[in-house]
Design a protein around this ligand. Structure first.
Ligand SMILES: Cc1cc2nc3c(=O)[nH]c(=O)nc-3n(C[C@H](O)[C@H](O)[C@H](O)COP(=O)(O)OP(=O)(O)OC[C@H]3O[C@@H](n4cnc5c(N)ncnc54)[C@H](O)[C@@H]3O)c2cc1C
Length: 413
């Protein structure tokens, strides 16, 4: 029987980050098992991969900073001379509508923890981003009825935020892992979790092959419950695969100036560029758009709904009024894995000794991944790193914690 010190189940951004953070700090033998034919077949492939730091809890801010530091210095982190992915540091612009106090308050809070932010009003908004309308009113996305726009808002810009291509990142991590001797196998579906005496002993693949390891990590994204069940765990948490819709459209050449990652809180949308500014990606930040639970992560509707498309397009036009109502608009869907109790992930060792979970990341997992990898790699190997590590206490996400008190259960938690 083949043996490894650590088996990671899933080659999404979380599994590969864990494997890479283990490989770069230890001599453990690591095997990653992925049921798909390549990276990015789960949530990671559909991710908007927005890297923002503003969260309501300090530990989340710190983890986001630690994760984003790796994306911003991707060649250093991966050790690759020519990685495929490159961070687009376009900034993350928060637009809270008429709540100007929010901007000042959040600016002070971010400055206090060392996050680089700028605050400005309408004139500076138009100077930096001439395509934007400075309106503070929410568009009526149900009826599409127009209003007379009203300025006077304040805006918060996270200057070091941005986005990066999620599949290119996963491919880079794959290359980094393999270069460090990690065995990454595709078409390797884990079906059983072997255990005895209250400890994990390895896994069984759908092919019948068995692999032995004293540490097995469930990084299976929306499929995580199947593996936890196979391990015989009964968790007090409900981790639900949840259908999330995203739209994309061509960015017309006459749309003036740069477009940052924008979070239009009044309208309930986010948008950003992709493909070197040739396209716009648009998604929702509303809790109401994060409620469609999916029973089987292998089968769900991958097209965007008409009403979602019309509402978000109306909101986008309200913010970018020069955007013509023409050109192809397409939609796709991916899955969040939402922790219904507190929308924060479970990361750490389970009641089965040696069986670790890294599950339930809702809409946060991409930016956090390098830091989550560091957190688990540190726990498992006992080794710290001088670079791209995290000092956040792993107890924050432990499986036997009480639910974290949180004001919003949307992606903006
Ligand atoms: C539409 C959308 C937009 C998002 N936007 C953002 C964003 O802007 N910023 C952000 O930070 N996060 C965002 N997220 C969230 C983020 O993408 C996810 O939290 C993250 O990708 C989860 O990664 P993962 O590795 O846990 O899961 P996955 O990427 O799903 O990887 C799990 C892997 O495990 C494999 N697997 C499953 N079962 C088995 C098995 N039995 N055996 C072997 N392999 C198995 C699957 O094939 C899959 O490849 C978004 C997510 C979606 C869906």
């Amino acid at each position: 029987m083949k043996r490894a010190d650590v088996i990671v189940i899933g080659a999404g951004i979380i599994g590969l980050s864990i494997a890479w953070q283990l490989a770069r700090r230890s001599h453990l033998s690591i095997t990653v098992l992925e049921k798909g034919a390549g990276t990015g077949e789960g949530s990671t492939g559909a991710s908007s991969a927005i890297c923002r730091t503003r969260y309501s809890l300090d530990n989340m801010i710190q983890l986001a900073r630690d994760g984003i530091a790796a994306y911003r210095h991707w060649a250093d982190f991966t050790g690759l001379a020519t990685p495929r992915a490159a961070f687009a540091e376009d900034g993350v612009l928060w637009m809270p509508g008429a709540d100007t106090d929010w901007v000042e308050r959040e600016h002070r809070r971010m400055q206090a923890v060392g996050v680089a932010t700028d605050v400005f009003g309408d004139d500076e908004l138009l100077r930096r981003y001439p395509a934007f309308s400075p309106c503070t009113l929410a568009p009526d996305t149900e009826t599409g009825e127009a209003h007379t726009c009203r300025g006077g808002g304040r805006y918060l810009l996270e200057t070091e935020g941005g986005y990066i291509d999620p599949v290119a990142c996963a491919d880079d991590l794959l290359q980094a892992c393999r270069g460090a001797g990690v065995a990454v196998r595709f078409g390797a579906q884990v079906q059983g979790i072997a255990q005895s005496g209250g400890a994990v002993r390895g896994v069984t693949l759908a092919s019948g092959e068995q692999l032995a390891a004293p540490v097995v990590i469930n990084a299976a994204g929306p499929w995580c419950n199947q593996l936890s069940r196979a391990a015989g765990l009964t968790l007090p948490w409900h981790l639900r695969p949840t259908r999330i819709q995203v739209l994309y459209l061509e960015r017309p050449g006459d749309l003036a100036g740069p477009i940052p990652v924008a979070v239009d809180m009044a309208a309930g949308i986010y948008f950003r560029c992709q493909n070197r500014g040739q396209q716009l990606v648009v998604g929702s930040v509303l809790e109401a758009d994060e409620r469609e639970r999916i029973d089987d992560p292998d089968h769900f509707n991958r097209s965007a709904d008409d009403d979602f498309t019309h509402a978000k397009l109306h909101a986008l036009h309200h913010r970018l009024p020069q955007l013509p109502y023409r050109g192809a608009l397409r939609g796709y869907c991916g899955l969040y894995t939402v922790n219904e109790e507190d929308v924060h992930p479970l990361v750490g060792e389970s009641a089965l000794k040696g069986f670790y979970l890294a599950n339930g990341f809702s809409g946060h997992g991409f930016k956090l991944a390098p830091a989550i990898g560091a957190m688990l790699a540190r726990q498992i190997s006992g080794e710290a790193c001088t670079t791209f590590d995290t000092a956040v206490d792993p107890a924050f996400f432990r499986i036997d914690r009480a639910p974290i008190a949180i004001a919003s259960k949307s992606v903006l938690a």
